[in-house]
Design a protein around this ligand. Structure first.
Ligand SMILES: N[C@@H](CCC(=O)N[C@@H](CS)C(=O)NCC(=O)O)C(=O)O
Length: 216
């Protein structure tokens, strides 16, 4: 399937299924920046990425991949940073400290927060019977909760978004993670700042568009 959007720029291609949390980061960022793009469905179960045509673009066989003319980029957070930088978007501040803070939370989202939920999400959201070990579910939830409490503390400090008063790229990546937290059925501890943040992100048109149910 190829989705077309009106906008300022021609020739930008996003490869990846819309059910992927990492593809959604790119689509949300492109929408916030106001970019035109075509999207091509890749990724299981829709279209296998382990084929030479796709592997030539990303040897990891993973989505998303961005193709911007002759330039190819993979890794979702690198892609959204590239788009913001290329188009001079305030989603990525230009001062070193501001940019460093956004990147800190982007790295944290991929390297610290995301790895914790795997087992719990396969078990409780995807209902995959291969993930039915109660002890491993509990461990995953415990580690995930510890990271979400770190986010809760940060949001209590800023009173607004992940990096301060302004919405940035970090909120796209973390917002989709927070969406996953709320989509997964378990007894969540009350994290009022995370709840308030989730509500604020859903009020953004692009947030409401990409924080939708199906993220298998
Ligand atoms: N670190 C990579 C992870 C990419 C990733 O895990 N992609 C998953 C979808 S969220 C994937 O390609 N899975 C295989 C498939 O969909 O066929 C990124 O952030 O872009």
């Amino acid at each position: 399937m190829v989705a077309k959007m009106p906008g300022m720029m021609a020739g930008l291609r996003v490869l990846g299924r819309t059910t992927s949390i990492n593809v959604r980061k790119v689509l949300w960022a492109a929408d916030e920046i106001g970019l035109s793009y075509t999207r091509e469905d890749w990724g299981l179960p829709i279209r296998d990425t382990a084929v030479p045509e796709f592997l030539a673009l990303n040897p990891n066989a993973q989505v998303p991949v961005l193709v911007d003319g002759d330039f190819v980029l993979w890794e979702s957070n690198a892609i959204i940073a590239y788009l913001a930088r290329k188009h001079g978007s305030p989603l990525l501040p230009t001062d070193a400290a501001g940019q460093g803070t956004v990147e800190q939370w982007l790295y944290w989202q991929l390297g610290e927060l995301n790895p914790q939920w795997g087992y719990a999400v396969y078990a409780l959201l995807r209902k995959n019977p291969a993930y039915s070990d109660a002890a491993q579910i509990a461990t995953s939830i415990g580690r995930w909760t510890t990271k979400m409490q770190i986010l809760e503390g940060q949001l209590a400090r800023t009173g607004a978004f992940a990096c301060g008063d302004a919405f940035t790229l970090a909120d796209i990546a973390i917002g989709l993670s927070v969406h996953r937290w709320f989509m997964t059925e378990f007894e969540r501890p009350d994290l009022p700042h995370v709840s308030r943040y989730y509500d604020a992100l859903k009020k953004r048109p692009a947030g409401a568009k990409w924080m939708t149910a199906a993220t298998p």
